[in-house]
Design a protein around this ligand. Structure first.
Ligand SMILES: Cc1cc2nc3c(=O)[nH]c(=O)nc-3n(C[C@H](O)[C@H](O)[C@H](O)COP(=O)(O)OP(=O)(O)OC[C@H]3O[C@@H](n4cnc5c(N)ncnc54)[C@H](O)[C@@H]3O)c2cc1C
Length: 464
């Protein structure tokens, strides 16, 4: 354990203009998060640029009796990066990424975004499996798990974490890895931001080449049948293939038949991450068994694939997300999904789903805090709108969508998609045994629950 270099001192003398207080010119822009639903007023936004500054701010906050929140990319749907009257440790300035292409390792700052990581890795033909929208923060995503296009082939982002530099709530700076602070390393991979502020992520990289990317669109009248065909295909697809689906209002794109534009429709999309020449053959059985009304075929670079969703979920809109795992997506489950798609209340909302398993399920369950590795599907009802008067309508649709899937739910949920904390407790997400182990790690590393603005796991000291 390294002693912090800086003692606790006043943030103003430590950070100068990078300490942003209520009333400062930058205050409103610095307290804003991606989801416009959250309008919180912190006591201070501390824009730290290294682990020593993070340590000093943590010590100062403790001495002042202030709670602390941590901001990576500010993308969490629940807006946990910023809390009323708390000190925000904003890591945005710590966004550098260094890549060693020979050992295939990236070292990323705690505030890096996925686009920072992708920009540094893809120039070497490499990538770390991560999420699908490039303005998402690497910090929150990795600590909660990290699903994305490469997860079936190679596993989650947290499965690629090989070491982390962590500033503990008492200000100590430690290294967590398979060799040091193993219990912390276990908890960081799925347990979220409960245990400390990660200022450096060391990540294993993989080779990536061009991606064969094909989409089909279906009128809702044939969507049930297409989902049944998808379910038959998904369980047998090769590991190099990742398939996702969405129910949403069809946009005004050339490849979408005019009669479907502006109507709720089903989209199925496949990405092939093997050798380019084999992609079309691997995807063909999907669209043979479920012939679409419109079709888009393209070959993309991995970086372009990662940026495809960047414009559909802009910062500042209002969002409500509820999600669950599903055991099945065919039969009556398909009908329930299509009915929820028909009932969609905003042209910007969507129901997104994907088949998981593959490498995600192959990682030993006890090896990390990430739960529910065996779940076949994940489904997310993402409501998006702009007018605050409509909050109740769209929130209700998202909740009702997930509730309507009750009979086919696999149990648990993905911590990074939890906005409805009152309805989805951390104990339910992780399961009792894993939750107890996380609570014990919390008691060791954050016994005063200084880091409580997150999907919180309160500390519990076990006697046995
Ligand atoms: C548009 C969009 C697309 C998404 N796509 C995906 C996807 O494809 N796959 C997927 O798995 N998830 C996805 N997510 C969910 C995403 O993983 C979470 O929203 C995650 O919390 C975002 O991380 P962040 O750093 O931006 O969050 P922030 O809001 O900054 O932080 C959320 C929490 O994470 C913790 N935290 C963040 N950084 C650190 C750090 N360095 N040290 C300690 N604690 C930290 C804190 O507890 C904080 O409260 C998506 C979210 C959005 C909004």
């Amino acid at each position: 354990m390294r002693e912090p270099l800086l003692k606790s001192i006043n943030p103003r003398s430590l950070l100068g203009d990078r300490a942003v207080w209520p009333g400062d010119k930058e205050y409103d822009s610095r307290r804003r998060v991606w989801n416009g639903m959250h309008d919180r007023r912190p006591a201070l936004v501390a824009r730290c640029s290294n682990a020593e500054e993070v340590s000093a701010i943590l010590r100062w906050a403790r001495s002042e009796g202030l709670a602390v929140s941590v901001r990576g990319g500010g993308h969490n749907v629940a807006g946990t990066a910023v809390a009323d009257d708390a000190v925000v440790i904003d890591l945005a300035l710590m966004n550098s990424v260094d890549v060693d292409p020979v050992s295939m390792v990236a070292v990323a700052g705690g505030g890096a975004l996925l686009r920072d990581l992708d920009a540094a890795t893809t120039m070497h033909g490499l990538a770390c499996p991560a999420g699908v929208v490039s303005h998402t923060g690497l910090g929150g995503l990795t600590l909660g798990g990290g699903y994305g296009w490469l997860a079936r082939k190679w596993g989650l982002t947290c499965d690629h974490l090989t070491a982390a530099a962590v500033v503990l709530p008492d200000g100590a700076i430690v290294e967590a890895s398979p060799a040091e602070h193993q219990d912390l390393f276990w908890a960081l991979r799925g347990g979220g931001g409960n245990f400390g502020v990660v200022t450096r992520f060391t990540l294993r990289l993989r080779n990536v080449g061009p991606v064969v990317h094909q989409s089909g669109v279906y009128a809702l009248a044939s969507a049930d049948e297409a989902l049944v065909a998808y379910a038959g295909f998904a369980g047998r697809q090769e590991l190099d293939l990742h398939t996702v689906g969405a129910l949403k209002i069809a946009g005004n794109h050339e490849w979408i038949p005019e009669r479907l534009r502006g109507e709720p429709a089903l989209f199925l999309t496949a990405g092939w991450f093997g050798s380019e020449c084999d992609g079309a053959d691997a995807i063909a059985p999907l669209f043979r068994s479920a012939p679409p009304d419109g079709r888009l075929d393209q070959v993309l670079s991995y970086a372009a694939l990662q940026a495809l969703g960047d414009h559909s979920e802009p910062a500042g809109h209002r969002y409500f997300t509820k999600s669950c795992y599903l055991g099945d997506i065919s039969g009556a489950a398909a009908t329930a999904l299509v009915n929820a798609g028909r009932a969609i209340t905003s042209p910007m909302s969507s129901i997104d789903f994907e088949f998981l398993r593959g490498a995600i399920a192959e990682v030993p369950d006890a090896g990390s805090a990430f739960p529910n590795r065996g779940a076949p599907y994940i489904v997310t009802a993402s409501a998006q709108w702009t007018n605050a008067d409509e909050d109740a309508t769209h929130t209700r649709w998202s909740r009702q969508t997930i509730d309507s899937l009750g009979p086919w739910q696999y149990g648990g949920a993905y911590v990074n998609y939890v906005q409805d904390a009152g309805h989805q407790s951390a104990a339910d997400l992780y399961g009792q045994r894993r939750y107890r182990r996380l609570a014990a790690a919390k008691a060791r590393y954050d016994p005063e629950n200084i880091l409580r603005h997150n999907q919180n796991i309160p500390p519990v000291t076990t006697t046995s």
